[in-house]
Ligand binder design. Sequence first.
Ligand SMILES: Cc1cc2nc3c(=O)[nH]c(=O)nc-3n(C[C@H](O)[C@H](O)[C@H](O)COP(=O)(O)OP(=O)(O)OC[C@H]3O[C@@H](n4cnc5c(N)ncnc54)[C@H](O)[C@@H]3O)c2cc1C
Length: 427
Amino acid sequence: MEAYRRDESHLQGPLPLAIVKPRGPQALRELVRRAQTDGFALVPRGAGTGKAGGCVPTERSVVVDLNEWPGEILISRPDMTLKAPSSALLKDVKAAASAHGLFYPPDPNSWDQCAFGGSLATNAGGPGACKYGMTRHWVLAVEALMADGEIHTFGIPTVKNNAGPALAQLLVGSEGIFGIILGATVRLIPAPAECLTLLLPARDWHALLELPALLVSAGLLASAFEFWDPEVLELLRRFGPEEARRMPGQALALIEFDDPGCGSDAFLERVLDLLGPVSEELQSATDARQREALWAIRRQTSVILKERFPHKVSEDIVVPRSQVRAFFEGVETLGLPLVTYGHLGDGNLHVNFLHADAYPPADMEAHLLALFRLCLRLGGTLSGEHGIGLAKREAFLALSDPYQIEALRALKRALDPCAIFNPGKVI
Ligand SMILES: Cc1cc2nc3c(=O)[nH]c(=O)nc-3n(C[C@H](O)[C@H](O)[C@H](O)COP(=O)(O)OP(=O)(O)OC[C@H]3O[C@@H](n4cnc5c(N)ncnc54)[C@H](O)[C@@H]3O)c2cc1C
């Protein structure tokens, strides 16, 4: 049971009362009945890769591990939809779409480890979100266990459905507080046929900050725009794998396009005209192996930093693309000791306080509140993708509009009157 006390955040909960791996509706019915009569909580869990402590047990919790929930991945080509159980791995969902020449875009950097159900419950997003949006933009219907002990389907497997407010969307990103997601139908699109991967070393890293908005203004929507600031890049060169040691520039961006024709010289020239002033050494990945090596470094960045700085505190704030420069100016004015990397293309930045243990806890808390207030002032918020869970609950409650918190609590009371589903998380 020890492994079930944690996820990929810094949090650790008490030992759960039990771990349950339901395999059918009867088990779920019984679980809900007993939770309501015996007064214990049901904490849903997918692969446990969450970074907000959402599946970490609290007092008197039973962890509901969805990995053995039955079902297979089904694709309807005429409807361009895919149906899968929560237990499927996101990588298998993406591969199934791809085997039919179709594309399911959500791509959290944990896509090769996380469960489909976990990605729905956290509304996961990744590098591709700057073009394709997050998980919620792809979900058509959700099957979930609700507080009456029954499985209900919210939504229908078609892109057009306007019969009342979208309850399926309420469950996406709900982090298990309204019910347990058992599966979903998502929409697919034709798989992009081409891909251009660029590595852009910048001499002056501040110049990078304007580029996502510049590209968009010129009518170019990158399918990924990732970056490493000078300090993170230097750490990767020193402590990263072999490929990372050769990464050029003062700061570095990894940019991808998947538009039709993006492999042509004309497209490259158009991009070069825009990016040229920032870097004369633009490189394009020559083959799939080189592209994969670059993405592997991006995916490992968090792990490499964690190995060197085990007490680091990391946040995944977001600001509108147009406010990225203002964000860094704000960080400088506030004197916040942080380094950044992440999804520059949509303003979702992974902010790391590497030496968090060098500060008294009250000072760290003040730093975090100052950071979150800055994001809110610029029109952003305190989590772009990881969610609230346990880790950000207090800050979320302190900084959100009280009316909206009360609205969420009223929904929680209506849908889960005995408060059995993941209590103490989010709100
Ligand atoms: C290396 C790494 C990189 C990551 N990169 C990204 C990224 O780019 N973008 C991103 O969004 N996230 C990222 N994450 C965070 C995490 O992987 C994602 O949020 C992922 O989608 C969580 O899936 P999971 O199956 O591991 O969920 P878990 O960690 O098991 O659970 C996460 C939350 O969802 C709830 N939950 C899980 N399954 C269900 C269910 N069936 N029904 C109801 N509630 C449920 C849990 O109670 C918990 O609140 C990353 C994590 C790691 C370790």
